[in-house]
Design a protein around this ligand. Sequence first.
Ligand SMILES: Nc1ncnc2c1ncn2[C@@H]1O[C@H](COP(=O)(O)OP(=O)(O)O)[C@@H](O)[C@H]1O
Ligand SMILES: [Mg+2]
Length: 325
Amino acid sequence: MDSAIWTEKYRPSTFEEIKGQKEIVEKVKAFVASKNLPHLLFSGPAGVGKTTLSLVIAKQLFGEHWKENTLELNASDERGIDVVRVKVKDFARTKAIGEVPFKLIYLDECDALTKEAQQALRRTMENYTKTARFILSCNYSSKILDPIQSRCAVFRFKPLSKEEIFTVIENIAKQEGGEINQALSAEVKDALHTVSEGDVRRVTNILQSCFTVKKEGEHLEAKDIYSMASAARPKEVQEILQRAFSGKFVESRKLLLDTMLNYGMSGVDVLKQIQKEIWNLQIDDRKKVELVDKCGEIEFRMVEGSDEYLQLESFLAFIALVGKK
Ligand SMILES: Nc1ncnc2c1ncn2[C@@H]1O[C@H](COP(=O)(O)OP(=O)(O)O)[C@@H](O)[C@H]1O
Ligand SMILES: [Mg+2]
């Protein structure tokens, strides 16, 4: 296996290679075909194609000149909006190379900008409308000022579906070939989808890490995927919950400890999985709500620095009490 990082090696460079985000890709494709583009705002979770689509736009618009005509900045890296402003000014001052009359500026993590910085950004966008188009990317569009949003075509990216995640990993396996292609059993693919949470970057990194540490001839199993992702198998979490719920507190606590040690999970990791699995328990809906509510409280205490084991234990005790009611 070569040493290339798969997230870069398999990053799509055409619209067709982008999985999911169908409507967004269609609309953006139409803009690019017309050689004109409004400012764009891409919002959504990590690893779903925001940066990738921006790069595809640049490549399709500018062809061989895409690098000279594209400026990529990370709002949270650049020290303050002034740095952004100076860089944008330097870049947008000269004409675009080629037939497209504007340059492209990709500004990542815009929700990290303060209100004041966003106001400055808005003015910058206005000043260079003739010579530059902005693509702003963020996790939450609600954190972006209205006057910026109203100047942009807003696109909301979604986590990829199970089928889409499968397509991505099958494609990687096919191209890598050999052992990797054979290792993707249905069970392993399911595990990869579960730990991905729809995030392609995450699933790609986990898959590559598994193959980097795996010895030749060794079988890849679902438990290896969970272990690499520092996640417990959903079945184990279910068992912990069921035991607590039926009053087997000591057993439940032991299983919890074993699971955490096995997979090297933090308290917050465990709690997040527990919260997901509560919805799959065969119990009254009102009790589910009660448990999920408690999860929120426990997470808050953990983040504030309270002892993780102690908090988890008290949560199991709480589950046992709810089970008795
Ligand atoms: N929709 C997608 N289809 C195919 N690959 C994707 C998709 N979204 C993300 N990826 C892959 O995941 C990695 C991260 O994607 P990126 O576009 O940088 O995510 P972000 O939304 O955080 O900007 C890239 O290597 C890219 O190849
Ligand atoms: Mg990105």
